[in-house]
Design a protein around this ligand. Structure first.
Ligand code: TYC
Length: 101
């Protein structure tokens, strides 16, 4: 088969691609008070008290916990907002993002 017989490589490519998703991770530290972490989680990620407590205590015990998954811009904005809320209050609270597999 010659090169010219090859079908275009894009023939089966979907017209709309699924946007890549990013995890927002909460990182544990030894200084930020637990109730402050819960308050920030509720406000920025719009989750319930119960859910926020569960995320906080998981990060506290394991070192890190996935809070939620978003498109890249939203994930980065929320991670920055969470980290900034800690900074403004004088705590080393930290959120980061990483791409989903
Ligand atoms: N480890 C903190 C404490 O004992 C609480 C905490 C939990 C801080 C989760 C950050 O991401 C965090 N006061």
């Amino acid at each position: 088969m010659s090169d010219t017989d090859l079908k275009p490589r894009t023939e089966n490519k979907p017209k709309t691609q699924k946007p890549k998703l990013y995890k927002v991770l909460l990182i544990n530290d030894d200084y930020t008070p637990r109730d402050f972490v819960v308050t920030v989680l509720k406000r920025i990620f719009r989750i319930s008290e119960d859910q926020a407590y569960r995320v906080m205590i998981t990060a506290h015990r394991r070192g890190t916990c996935v809070v939620a998954v978003y498109t890249r811009d939203v994930a980065e904005t929320k991670a920055t907002e969470g980290t900034d809320a800690g900074l403004r209050a004088g705590y080393p609270l930290m959120f980061s993002t990483e791409p989903e597999e």
